[in-house]
Design a protein around this ligand. Sequence first.
Ligand SMILES: NC(=O)c1ccc[n+]([C@@H]2O[C@H](COP(=O)([O-])OP(=O)(O)OC[C@H]3O[C@@H](n4cnc5c(N)ncnc54)[C@H](O)[C@@H]3O)[C@@H](O)[C@H]2O)c1
Ligand SMILES: O=C(O)[C@H](O)[C@H](O)COP(=O)(O)O
Length: 327
Amino acid sequence: MQEPVPTRPRLVSVRRLPPAIAARIRQEYDAIQAEAHDLTQEQALAALRQSGAQALLVSSSFRMDAAFIAALPPEVRIAATCSVGFDHVDVAAAQARGLIVTNTPDVLTGCTADLAFALLLAAARRLPEADRVLREDRWGPRGMGDFLGVRVWGKTLGIIGMGRIGRAVARRARGFDMRVLYHDVAALPPALEEGAHHVAQLEEMLPRCDMVSLHCPLLPATRHILNRETLALLPRGAVVVNAARGGLVEEDALIAALQSGQLAAAGLDVFEGEPRFDKRLAGLPNVALAPHIGSGTVETRDAMGHRSLDNIAAVLAGRPPLDPIWS
Ligand SMILES: NC(=O)c1ccc[n+]([C@@H]2O[C@H](COP(=O)([O-])OP(=O)(O)OC[C@H]3O[C@@H](n4cnc5c(N)ncnc54)[C@H](O)[C@@H]3O)[C@@H](O)[C@H]2O)c1
Ligand SMILES: O=C(O)[C@H](O)[C@H](O)COP(=O)(O)O
């Protein structure tokens, strides 16, 4: 009698993946992968039904709302998101369905902090405008008053959300001799503050900041945490950086502040309603823009992919996940 061929676990990935992660999936799974294009919710559900997969691999740009979660075939036990943020997941619906959801904290902290600091420097020192002058062959005689940016080193940086990424940004700021204030729901133990000062009320911190960088999650309590009123509390000529979530900033108010000079500049990696974004931003000279690339390095995307696959492997082997988004 012929031995039964052992079946391998099945997985559906809704996003195109870095080569190393695609290769590992091919080795370990009978997989449906989005190799050529990303899957819609409907395509993902069809792939899950057709394959009988037990695991789903998503990213923060894939909305897992209540309707999608309710439509998941019963075989699906885990959805692993290649992101630390999980505002794209309806947590209550996942809990009610008994779906395990995991994320990828820590492995992306350093690169996201690097990108936030790069945006701070680019916006304050007007790098996008300067870059354009050369590309458009407009470099000619110039006065001492041209291209004056905002000095970064030695200034006061306010961090909203002093978690893993916020603290990594604070460490980078110290290398620039900056004073760091932070606003969070609670003060850190002194050993983790490394010289930063907690300010319990956002309204008290903002007037003391030359620059502000957002690093809190998008929650009902943090939506539009920077809005017309709070942006007006910053000293005139401040710089704002958002490499967390677009919904943290009221975009109309941000644009008005950039146009009026209340803000000297802004560095933005994330937008409300991305991948669409308000085209008025593209017309402003004083913004540095990026299409949500905070974690986008080879090393970090590989680490995020491996961490997600480690989470899936644990759950499919009957072990607890490494990074459950609730416990
Ligand atoms: N641009 C990107 O590619 C990118 C990459 C990674 C993470 N992110 C975003 O960055 C966020 C932070 O990631 P992390 O790993 O540092 O998370 P974290 O959980 O370690 O830190 C978040 C911090 O925000 C604080 N916070 C919560 N509610 C707050 C409030 N109302 N006011 C002030 N602070 C509040 C928390 O107490 C915590 O200290 C993620 O949620 C994600 O949205 C973006
Ligand atoms: O929360 C996060 O980790 C980031 O937003 C994530 O790194 C971005 O990944 P994306 O969904 O753009 O692939």
